[in-house]
Write a protein that binds this ligand. Sequence first.
Ligand SMILES: [Zn+2]
Length: 125
Amino acid sequence: MIRRNTALHSILHLKCPYCHEGAFFVSHPYDLSRAGDIHDKCPECGGRFNIEPGFYYGAMYVSYAIGVAACVTVWVASLVLAPDLPLRVLIMLIAGTMLLGGPLFYALSKIIWAHLFLRKGSERH
Ligand SMILES: [Zn+2]
């Protein structure tokens, strides 16, 4: 079990990097009309999430790493569980994982990026 008030718990529950209590995103990652929209400030502690224009462009690097990790995981799982799987099925499995997991990967990349640079004691308001 992951302890509360840790960065990992906060990332997995999409919570504020400052207080680990307030919601980071405006809505659920699979609410596609608002996917990736974040609050300007934490509803609990008031910590700023948008510290400068373009701050979250760097989350693309995290998103790339998550995407590669997901693809490699599906590929290795297919080698272990179904070694005779045709290549076209494997490609469809990986594409399906990226398509279905895309909104979650996007949300995770933004919140991981925020947790790398926004923390308790840093500039908040
Ligand atoms: Zn907060």
